[in-house]
Write a protein that binds this ligand. Structure first.
Ligand code: GDP
Ligand code: MN
Length: 394
C-alpha cells in the first residue's frame, strides 16, 4: 500500500524526522485558514499517489492568500497521470540551499533492504543513477544486523556537509545521521518496502528537512499495522477485483489478459512481450470458472481505457473448458464488450468448450487453435485498434 505524502509525513514526524508544519485540506476555505495558521509563504501540494507532481504543476509556492486560493482551486481540479487530487497539503515554504535524496528500499537484486543516498536529489533517482552514478551511495542493509554505524558514516561523508551547524547549534552531520537512523527504524517497524525522502533539503537557514515523503507498506503486513487504514487503493480496479476474490494487476500496455493460474498468466505475459505487444493488466481466475467470477473479471479488465484487445487463455486441469465457455457466454450477455476478444481453451474438455463457443457466435470473439496463435492474434488486434485510433485523432 502506497501512502499519500501527508500520511507518510505523519509517520516521519512520529519517528522524529524533521518535517515542516502542514495541514491537509480539501477545500479552498480550509486551505486559506491553514495558510493563515502556518504563515505565508506556503506550498500547496497535490495529494496523489504518484511522483512527478512538481513537473505536472501539482506543487505551488504561494506568497499571498489569493495565490493560496487560486492554487488550491487549480490543484483540486487536477488529475495527475489519471489520478484526481482530492486533497492538498498546505505546508510552510522554505528557501532551498541544496536538495538531496535518501531512501531505504526493498531490493530484489539484494534480496533485502538497500540504503540509497544521493547528494543530488529532487529529481528522478533513476536519472542520477544513469548520469552520475558516482553521486550515489548504495549499501545493502542486513535485516538482522540492521543499519550499521559505518553505513551511517558513509552517507554522512558523501553528503559533505562539513562542520556546519543548525541555527540551534547542532552539527548537521549529526542531524543527517539521526535522520537516516530514524528512516531505518520507520522502514523496519512499519513493515515498509520503501521509505523515501526526495528531496531531503538543506535550507538557506541551515536546517535539514524532509520536503517530500514516499512510504510503501507491505500489503502482507497490514494485518499488524492496524493503525494504517487502507485508504483508496492504488488502482480502484484492484479493490473491485479483491472483493470478487480475483488476483488482478494493472500494467501499462494495451492487451487485457484473463487466465487461470499464476504460471500460465506469467508465461502469457512473456509471450505477449515476445510477440511485440504489451499487457494492460492481467486477472487470474484461479481454479474456478463460474460465470459470476468470469463476469467480475471481465468487468474489472474492461473498465480500463487502456485495454484495446482481450486475451482469454485457459488451460483446463481441474477446471473444465466447457464450464469456462458457458461462463464466458453468460458473462458476455451481461457485460458490454467493445474490444476484440481472442479465446484459447486447452486441456480438460477443450473440444466441448470450443463447440459451445462456436455455436454461441459471440460478436468480436475469435477462437484460437493454440496459445501461440492466440497471442499473435490478440497482439495484432490491439495494434490495429491503436492504429485506427491514431488515424481518427490525426
Ligand atoms: P514531487 O514532484 O511529486 O516529487 O514533489 P516534491 O514534494 O518532491 O516537490 C517537488 C519540488 O518542488 C521539490 O524538489 C522542490 O524543488 C520544490 N518545492 C517543494 N516544496 C518547496 C518549498 O517549500 N520551497 C521551494 N522553494 N521549493 C519547494
Ligand atoms: Mn519528491
Amino acid at each position: 500500500m502506497d501512502l499519500l505524502e501527508h500520511e507518510g509525513k505523519a509517520l516521519f514526524a512520529g519517528a522524529g524526522l524533521p518535517v515542516l508544519p502542514s495541514v491537509c485540506v480539501t477545500t479552498v476555505a480550509e486551505a486559506e485558514q491553514a495558510a493563515a495558521g502556518i504563515g505565508l509563504p506556503v506550498v500547496v501540494k497535490a495529494q496523489v499517489k504518484i511522483g512527478g507532481r512538481g513537473k505536472a504543476g501539482g506543487i505551488r509556492v504561494c506568497g499571498t492568500a489569493e495565490e493560496v486560493a487560486a492554487a488550491t482551486t487549480d490543484v483540486l481540479a487536477m488529475t495527475i497521470s489519471g489520478r484526481a487530487a482530492e486533497a492538498v497539503l498546505v505546508e510552510q515554504a522554505v528557501e532551498i540551499e541544496r536538495e538531496m535524496y535518501l531512501a531505504i528500499s526493498s531490493s530484489r537484486a539484494h534480496r533485502g533492504p538497500v540504503l540509497i543516498f544521493s547528494r543530488k536529489g529532487g529529481i528522478d533517482i533513476e536519472r542520477v543513477a544513469r548520469d552520475a552514478p558516482g553521486a550515489l551511495v548504495r549499501r545493502p542493509v542486513d535485516p538482522l544486523l540492521g543499519l550499521c554505524d559505518y553505513q551511517v558514516r558513509d552517507v554522512v561523508m558523501a553528503a559533505a556537509l562539513g562542520d556546519a551547524t543548525t541555527p540551534a547549534g547542532r552539527p548537521l552531520e549529526q542531524e543527517l545521521g539521526g535522520i537516516l537512523r530514524g528512516l531505518w527504524r520507520l522502514y523496519h517497524e512499519r513493515d515498509a518496502t520503501l521509505t523515501e525522502i526526495n528531496p531531503l533539503v538543506l535550507t538557506k537557514q541551515g536546517e535539514l528537512v524532509c520536503l517530500d515523503s514516499k512510504v510503501t507498506v507491505d500489503d502482507s503486513a497490514l494485518y499488524r499495522q492496524t493503525d494504517l487504514v487502507p485508504g483508496d487503493p492504488d488502482d480502484p480496479r484492484e479493490a473491485k477485483a479483491k472483493s470478487a476474490g480475483l488476483a488482478f494487476v494493472a500494467l501499462d500496455g494495451d492487451v487485457g489478459v484473463l487466465g487461470n493460474g499464476a504460471g500460465l498468466v506469467m508465461s502469457t505475459l512473456d509471450q505477449i512481450a515476445a510477440a511485440g505487444g504489451s499487457a494492460a493488466d492481467f486477472c487470474d481466475l484461479g481454479g474456478g470458472a463460474r460465470a459470476d467470477v468470469v463476469t467480475a473479471a471481465l468487468d474489472v479488465i474492461l473498465s480500463s481505457e487502456r485495454v484495446s484487445a482481450l486475451l482469454v487463455s485457459i488451460f483446463g486441469g481441474i477446471t473444465r473448458c466447457d464450464e469456462v465457455a458457458r461462463g464466458l457466454i453468460e458473462a458476455f450477455s451481461q457485460a458490454q464488450v467493445e474490444v476484440p476478444v481472442v479465446v484459447r481453451l486447452d486441456g480438460n474438455a477443450a473440444a466441448e468448450g470450443h463447440a459451445i463457443l462456436s455455436e454461441a457466435q459471440l460478436k468480436g470473439v475469435t477462437i484460437a487453435k493454440d496459445a501461440a496463435a492466440a497471442v499473435r492474434m490478440v497482439v495484432a488486434a490491439a495494434g490495429d485498434r491503436a492504429g485506427a485510433a491514431a488515424g481518427r485523432e490525426g
